[in-house]
Design a protein. Structure first.
Length: 609
């Protein structure tokens, strides 16, 4: 696990060089250097690092692969895509998406009124907007306003009631009618944790009967020429290529049938989102079984095959794969605050002038341990600790003797693992599990990794430094919330090993990767821990610039954001300090100043780490 399976999940975005994790781009700065530069400004707590060049890389890859597939298959339709704002609505993400996608005419997708307003104000000129999800008359009218503003907008109909509302607004309004799409309810289901997005029991979409009724309603309202798109979606993070191909055949045939029924303006087929990215850190447990090249080739080939067989013009292909675009760009960096086995460090040994014979023997075993004898001495140490614990229970040795015994055996196991790190045996692996370490991280899993807590979603995790050393400690990660669910436990089937660090002498930073999709907007303020401090890093040939900084909310702003009155809280605290009989008159101003300092800082822990 020395390289933390970068070859599995990182898509060549990061490399290890001189023991440091570095960006594999231009000047190749290390994440540790970036982290330390930010912390030199006094920032504490977790930090979210954004790398917009990784958004650009994903957009470029998406368009390049589809364009290649179109050329190879002699496909006559075009390709375009929209970014679903629900994946990440944060300003720096939307900025990177729209700037990187401008040359492709890359658009935006909205699923709520607020997202639609955002799309209308941020979409590139001439780029498409698609609107999914349930809509009321106000949201539909916003679509009409957008069309009248010259936006290339398509309202996707999720049910016949929505279509009826669109027809009503068109009748009574002088605004331009937007393009209309129909979301089809496929028999085909997806795969993975989000498979319920597809299939006949899916939340959204029209059945075959409803699709035919929708066409009739559009004809009656003289709006059939506004029907330009059909849409389907079989799930986010699609794990298997098989269901995708089945869904494509089903949706492609529905498209062709509609064309033959007289839907002449129909020209786009939106295959929804779901392109997977790799979250797993172990090659035997990969998240999905296809490449972007295979995905794009399958889509283009199958649609061409269906349309050619039915004599229908090839449609333009749209995708809405937001996770694929946004997930890789963000890294959560957090310091480790504490290791819960720090008591086993050698400096805590306190020998007596005269120690029990077994303690002296353990001491000699530890000092004489080498690669040749370590297995034999390890067995002796394990026998000794059992005997010493029995002696303690019988009252023959005291607590200091027991402490020395535990520290010595713990360090004998550690040293043996290190000496035999290149010759691991089953016995050593089992012993290694006994050394499981709990790393307290200055972050909230509920806030920054909600899909881990809610869905059991894995995320790649690794240190930013010490990567020239073999990590030997099986690691469980504890966050700083007062909730036992705030833990990423050690799993033998998905083991995480970290380094044995003395935090009294150095900092130790961990990175959590591929967290740029959904985690921020789904994050909850458990214990009132809010969004981490956020930084956008622009990497160039000479180095890098921090182009955007947004520190986590301070404590008083956190309380204000959930409805408390700022003045009321401040006045009460000031009054209580002024009236306190436990604080001297000279200390009251200093105490108030200290309190105000704390209120102006973010809510994460501030330590020397």
């Amino acid at each position: 696990m020395k390289n933390y399976a970068l070859d599995v999940w990182s898509n060549n975005n990061f490399i290890i060089d001189s023991g440091l994790l570095k960006l594999n781009y231009k000047s190749m700065p290390s994440l540790l250097e970036i982290t330390q530069k930010i912390r030199d400004q006094g920032i504490r707590g977790p930090m979210l690092l954004r790398f917009p060049h990784l958004i650009k890389k994903q957009i470029d890859n998406l368009y390049r692969n589809f364009q290649n597939a179109i050329e190879i298959n002699n496909y006559k339709g075009g390709f375009n895509a929209v970014f679903p704002l629900k994946v990440n609505q944060y300003p720096q993400v939307v900025k990177a998406v729209t700037e990187s996608g401008q040359k492709y005419n890359y658009g935006l997708e909205a699923g709520s009124k607020a997202e639609l307003i955002l799309a209308m104000s941020k979409v590139n000129e001439g780029a498409p907007i698609t609107v999914n999800g349930f809509k009321d008359e106000e949201m539909i009218t916003l679509g009409f306003i957008a069309a009248s503003m010259g936006k290339d907008i398509t309202l996707t109909v999720e049910g016949l009631g929505e279509l009826e509302t669109i027809i009503e607004v068109a009748k009574k309004s002088s605004l331009k009618t937007p393009n209309i799409g129909i979301r089809v309810r496929l028999h085909s289901a997806g795969s993975g944790a989000w498979a319920k997005s597809g299939g006949m029991d899916a939340k959204f979409g029209l059945t075959s009967t409803e699709i035919l009724e929708a066409v009739s309603l559009l004809k009656e309202a003289d709006l059939l020429e506004n029907l330009t798109m059909i849409h389907f979606h079989i799930g986010s993070q699609m794990a298997d290529i098989g269901p995708i191909k089945r869904a494509l055949r089903e949706a492609g045939n529905i498209y062709a049938e509609l064309k033959m029924l007289g839907a002449n303006a129909l020209k786009n087929i939106n295959i929804g989102g779901g392109l997977a990215i790799e979250y797993e850190q172990h090659s035997r447990q990969k998240s999905y079984n296809y490449s972007l090249e295979e995905f794009s080739s399958s889509v283009v080939f199958l649609l061409a095959d269906i349309m050619n067989a039915k004599g229908v013009e090839h449609p333009n292909i749209f995708t809405e794969s937001g996770r694929f675009i946004a997930a890789p760009h963000a890294v959560l960096v957090t310091p480790v605050l504490e290791l819960f086995s720090q008591d086993y460090q050698e400096r805590h040994l306190k020998f007596k002038e005269k120690n029990p014979p077994l303690i002296e023997e353990l001491r000699e075993l530890y000092e004489a341990l080498n690669q040749k004898n370590c297995i034999e001495y390890l067995h002796d140490a394990l026998d000794h600790i059992e005997s010493l614990l029995t002696l303690f229970d019988l009252g023959y040795i005291d607590l200091q003797d027991r402490s020395n015994a535990e520290i010595l055996v713990h360090n004998i196991i550690k040293k043996s693992l290190y000496l035999k790190r290149d010759y691991t045996t089953t016995e050593l692996v089992q012993l290694q599990a006994r050394l499981q370490e709990r790393y307290l991280i200055n972050a909230s899993i509920f806030q920054s990794l909600p899909d881990y807590w809610g869905l059991g979603q894995s995320f790649p995790i690794m240190p930013l430094h010490h990567l020239e050393l073999t990590p030997l400690r099986p690691a469980s990660l504890w966050d700083i919330t007062c909730d036992s669910d705030g833990e990423i436990g050690f799993k033998e089937e998905k083991p995480l090993y970290l380094h044995d660090i003395d935090l009294d002498f150095e900092d130790y930073f961990l990175g959590f990767f591929n967290i740029g999709a959904y985690q921020e907007t789904l994050g909850m303020s458990h214990n009132l821990f809010t969004h981490p401090s956020e930084f956008t890093i622009e990497v160039n040939e000479e180095g890098y610039n921090i182009s955007y900084e947004n520190e986590s909310k301070n404590i008083i702003d956190i309380l204000t954001s959930i409805g408390y009155n700022r003045s009321e809280i401040l006045n009460k605290l000031k009054s209580d300090i002024a009236n306190s009989t436990f604080i001297g008159k000279k200390e009251k101003n200093a105490t108030l100043s200290l309190l105000e300092t704390y209120l102006s800082q973010n809510g994460y822990l501030r330590t020397t780490n």
